[in-house]
Design a protein around this ligand. Structure first.
Ligand code: ZN
Length: 349
């Protein structure tokens, strides 16, 4: 019983033999995948292909988006450029229309160039902008007989102008001189009352010589002061001489200089200073210019049919155009710089 072959093989060995048999089976089939495994491998390959395709699609999509963004940005830049050039042309056109409406054409008038070519008219390089009814030339607010302010524009005195004025009076005080504000900001209504009182007294033509029509006074801008006295005798004082010599150091110009009456449209006013900032004030003063010359603009009332004429204003106010002994043509007279009677107090623009 013990000799029996089969039964003599120890149990462990039998197990090993069995295992050998099993290994032989697997060895033989190792390089030939079962249909299930083949399917699985194919599935994996398919998945890899799908992922690659998806990645490729994403890449193309990304590139397309990028191209689209670049195109949109380019179109935006192009549109902005076109709009800017359209606005520039429109502003220049408006400025030219305004200039051509002026009744009196003075030798200093520089026509605003509607043709953007700067080679033809290199001197006409001023940029005129209209913002909410205010006119800026090269960024400077201009208020004169050509460029009025809106009726409801009432900013009060500019804080920058007031601070500069305070610095200036302190410096004058150190030199033993006393400067003070005679008149600063003046509203449309205040100017109306002032102008009306002249017009009632002397007629529109004479009122135009000594005062501004409501809306046309620089005092409504809050950027100017009448210093000390508004009498012509002020120009002979030490204060007036100090003012003329030093106001530019504080950003002010003598707004209506002597000899520029035909350009500014006003008599010489030694007391009326306008704030423009130190750099510009120094440049204007050192070049001996008035603000109209510096900015290349006119200053004359628009008496064209669609503008406010002396006659219309007179009718509106219920006064006469002519003052006592005056004529309807005193505009020309005032622009020649003729002084009016001394007895008539020079209550200012
Ligand atoms: Zn003034």
């Amino acid at each position: 019983m013990i000799e029996n072959d089969n039964r003599n093989v120890p149990e462990e060995e039998r197990a090993v033999n069995g295992a050998e048999t099993a290994i032989d089976y697997y060895d033989l089939s190792r390089y030939e995948l079962s249909p299930e495994e083949k399917a699985r491998e194919e599935m994996i390959r398919q998945r890899i292909r799908d992922r690659r395709r998806a990645a490729e699609r994403r890449r193309i999509k990304r590139n397309r988006t990028l191209v689209l963004i670049v195109a949109v940005v380019l179109v935006f830049i192009l549109c902005r450029g076109c709009y800017a050039s359209y606005r520039k042309k429109r502003d220049e056109k408006q400025a030219k229309a305004k200039a051509s409406q002026s009744k009196v054409v003075k030798p200093t008038v520089q026509e605003i160039d509607t043709d953007s070519s700067e080679e033809e008219k290199p001197q006409a390089g001023h940029k005129i902008q209209q913002v909410d009814g205010l006119t800026y030339v090269d960024g400077i607010l201009i208020v004169n007989k050509t460029y009025p302010l809106p009726k409801d524009y009432a900013p009060g005195i500019s804080t920058a102008a007031q601070a500069a004025f305070d610095d200036m009076t302190a410096a004058a005080f150190n030199d033993g001189l006393y400067l003070y504000v005679n008149s600063g900001f003046r509203s449309y209504d205040e100017q109306y009352a002032l102008y009306y009182s002249y017009a009632l007294d002397r007629g529109i033509a004479e009122a135009d010589r000594v005062s501004s029509r409501p809306g046309y006074s620089e005092h409504q801008s809050g950027l100017c002061f009448d210093v000390n006295s508004t009498d012509f005798s002020f120009s002979d004082t030490a204060e007036a001489r100090w003012l003329a010599a030093h106001c530019a150091d504080y950003g002010f110009i003598i707004r209506f200089p002597k000899g520029k009456e035909a350009i500014t449209g006003y008599e010489y006013e030694s007391w009326h200073i306008r704030y423009v900032g130190v750099d510009i004030a120094k440049e204007i003063t050192s070049k001996g210019l008035c603000l109209e010359e510096y900015l290349g603009v006119t200053s004359s009332y628009d008496d064209a049919p669609d503008g406010v004429s002396q006659q219309q204003l007179a009718e509106e106010m219920g006064v006469t155009v002519d003052g006592p002994g005056g004529s309807t043509d005193t505009d020309a007279e005032s622009e020649n710089g003729t002084y009016y009677d001394e007895g008539y107090e020079s209550q200012v623009q």
